[in-house]
Design a protein. Structure first.
Length: 303
């Protein structure tokens, strides 16, 4: 077989891409990009960029908060919306311009199979960046939407080894796609798409003395319970988690000053609310430990 024939029959490179954006609408802007590229010979490279978010007047405040813009993006951490390059020089140095980013993205994704969960969501804003820089996207047109999760450490998409996870905020993963972009239905039937994967936080309730686990950004009780059980093991509490759970919406209130607020590991107040239209509230499932009476009844039923 000639070298040309081998090149023609070689499998294409694969890229896993994830973005953090200013919203979920058609005009959303990607402000962080995480990408892992796997070449046909198995070589992998990992890449991450912070990008200019554009004017925030049109951004979705909830999407920015859930994506961690104010905590992680260099311009968000600057604590101001007046992004004057002369005044914010150190912060701008960590942000890639679209002019510099576009050629890198084009080279990494050229003729590659784009893999992700709802990959069009990530590809669309990045394709707009390329076109604004007078470049044409050249990744393969048939984006690979990973729907069925592979076992942890088992085969990943397209028969490759287990998919790696990017270490930045924009996480790239195809091994556990259920953890990506949970779609939560509100009482009025509208859908809130979560821009980051669920996470399990330990909460302390000063009023009751309870320690609980809150799994944010999902209403999938099965998924939440599995995450809560793993997190509960980290705090060395011998009591099992109760079967009952509280499904609803939570908002972070800053420091834990309010009477009914729980406190997370960072000392911020976290409050339950039934208002699923509150722009500062996000979905979650909370689990508490069993009471002594619940443990007694469970053990009696098992006899």
């Amino acid at each position: 077989m000639t070298e040309q024939q081998q090149t023609e029959t070689a499998p294409p490179p694969i890229v896993w891409v994830d973005t953090e954006t200013t919203g979920v609408g058609p005009d959303r802007v990607a402000w962080e990009v995480g990408l892992i590229r796997r070449d046909p010979d198995g070589t992998e490279s990992e890449h991450q960029w912070f990008l200019p978010p554009g004017p925030l007047d049109a951004a979705d405040g909830f999407a920015l908060r859930v994506g961690g813009f104010w905590d992680r993006h260099p311009l968000g951490r600057a604590g101001t919306r007046n992004w004057d390059a002369a005044q914010l020089g150190p912060y701008w140095q960590s942000v890639s311009t679209h002019e510099a980013f576009a050629p890198e993205l084009l080279a990494l994704t050229h003729d590659a199979v784009w893999v992700g969960t709802n990959p069009g969501f990530d590809a669309d804003p990045l394709a707009r960046v390329l076109r604004r820089e007078r470049l044409q996207p050249t990744w393969r047109y048939d984006l690979c939407d990973v729907i069925v999760s592979a076992p942890s450490g088992g085969p990943g998409p397209l028969g490759g080894p287990g998919t790696p996870r990017h270490r930045g905020g924009a996480r790239v993963t195809a091994t556990r796609p259920r953890y990506r972009r949970q779609r939560v239905t509100r009482a009025d039937g509208s859908v809130a798409v979560q821009s980051k994967p669920p996470r399990a936080d330990v909460l302390y309730h000063p009023r009751t003395g309870w320690t609980t686990v809150l799994v944010r950004r999902t209403h999938d009780i099965e998924l939440a319970r599995a995450m809560a059980e793993r997190r509960w093991q980290d705090i060395a509490d011998d009591r099992p988690l109760a079967q009952a759970c509280r499904v609803g919406w939570w908002r972070t209130t800053g420091r834990a000053r309010l009477v009914d607020a729980a406190e997370d590991a960072s000392g911020r107040g976290v409050m339950f609310t039934r208002d699923d239209r509150d722009p500062m509230a996000g979905p979650g499932v909370e689990f508490r430990p069993e009471t002594a009476e619940e443990t007694r009844l469970r053990e009696e039923a098992a006899r």
